[in-house]
Design a protein around this ligand. Structure first.
Ligand code: AGP
Length: 370
């Protein structure tokens, strides 16, 4: 096992550090920047189904569901196809309206999640076209789908999903850009600039890992006895906030909630005092001015602010207790980059609390019961 961990203390840390490679592997052979193309046979062979789809329904659980939410933003923004994102466990029990004009995308790292599988079977019975985004090759979900794309993240052993999540975001980005380019909603110049940005993500993650690793480790030390956390983000980074909170809950057993930053005033703001740490994801592109005012509100109530900002940021940084800088990228890819320090934060808080990071209590890597 020590050999498999490749010198890292836990699989989770190893998997966090593998992300430049896993994202690169997921794009390899698909994103060909020099030719200005995205090659995805699974999409291309069924392009008419996507083109004529009334809507896309994304089905998933947990972290994969968070990836699905970001997929909704991506596909709606670039391909202009309506998207709904459903918890698999809710979807199947509410007699959903599904037609043969619907495309259902199932996202699952393991490809064995019982709730996702059951929801897919129902959608299939009702005539939808089923597309899979799985990490485990030849898994049950991969086998029952009509077509799909594997995330080539490699085996993920840590129960807390990290590299599979960023690989799922990579695939969803490729799908959204490919569909958008094909149906004419995404012009050539914007397409070219987005694919160049996407291609640069592995390098940016490398940079984040080396520049924030030690810093985040030190920040974590200040929160070992904390009992609650809030995670806030807007737009594409709202699901990234949900995911950051889930990571912390799963492995450190600290209660954490993710919220869209603007929803704070509708309730969670009541929780803020000097004992409440708030992780706020505030890259320059993406409602930055609005986030600044959210941060002011938190500051006025003495909340402890841990901000994830772009390099060179001043406004949010000046008001924050802790600042984690990440490189700038297009708004739509910012959750991929911003998630990395949040994974590290959850990891180190859990480690310092003496938790079993790779196998947290009560959790299984793949949930094969409904
Ligand atoms: C992620 O950290 C969790 N362990 C969990 O939420 C997981 O994402 C969920 O159970 C779905 O798993 P799947 O992607 O294998 O379907």
């Amino acid at each position: 096992e020590q050999i498999e961990k490749g010198g890292y203390e836990h699989f989770m840390l190893k998997e966090i550090f593998e992300q430049p490679k896993s994202i690169h592997d997921t794009m390899r052979g698909r994103l060909i920047v020099e030719e200005g193309v995205i090659k995805m046979a699974g999409i291309w062979d069924h392009i008419e189904r996507f083109k004529n789809a009334n809507r896309i329904i994304i089905i998933a659980c947990g972290t994969s569901w968070h990836a699905g939410l970001i997929g909704e933003y991506l596909i709606e923004e670039y391909a202009r196809i309506p998207v709904e994102v459903e918890y698999a466990s809710e979807f199947r029990y509410r007699n959903p309206i599904i037609t043969d004009k619907d495309v259902v995308i199932a996202i699952s790292q393991s490809g064995e999640t019982a709730d996702t599988m059951a929801a897919l079977k129902l959608a299939k019975e009702r005539g939808a076209f089923i597309y899979g985004i799985c990490n485990v090759v030849d898994s049950s979900i991969a086998r029952i789908t009509d077509a799909g794309s594997y995330t080539h993240a490699g085996p993920e052993i840590g129960v807390a999903s990290t590299k599979a999540f960023t690989a799922q975001l990579t695939i969803l980005s490729l799908i959204a850009l490919k569909l958008g380019k094909h149906n004419g909603n995404l012009g050539n110049a914007e397409f070219m600039s987005l694919i160049a940005e996407l291609d640069a993500i592995p390098k940016k993650i490398e940079e984040v890992l080396s520049s924030t690793h030690e810093l985040v480790q030190n920040i974590a030390k200040d929160f070992i006895t904390t009992t609650n956390f809030l995670y806030l983000g807007r737009g594409y980074n709202y699901p990234a906030a949900l995911e950051g909170a889930l990571k912390l809950k799963e492995i450190s057993y600290i209660h954490a909630e993710g919220y869209p930053a603007a929803e704070m005033k509708h309730g969670p703001i009541a929780l803020i005092d000097e004992n409440m740490p708030i992780v706020i994801i505030a890259p320059r592109k993406g409602h930055y001015d609005k986030i600044v005012s959210n941060v002011q509100e938190i500051k006025a109530r003495k909340g402890k602010i841990i901000a994830v900002v772009n390099k060179g940021d001043t406004q949010v940084s000046e008001m924050s207790d802790y600042v984690i800088e990440i490189p700038q990228t297009s708004e739509c890819f910012s959750p991929i980059v911003a998630s990395v320090p949040l994974q590290l934060l959850a990891y180190y808080i859990a480690v310092y609390r003496g938790a079993n990071v790779d196998q947290p209590r009560n959790l299984a890597k793949s949930v094969t019961v409904e």
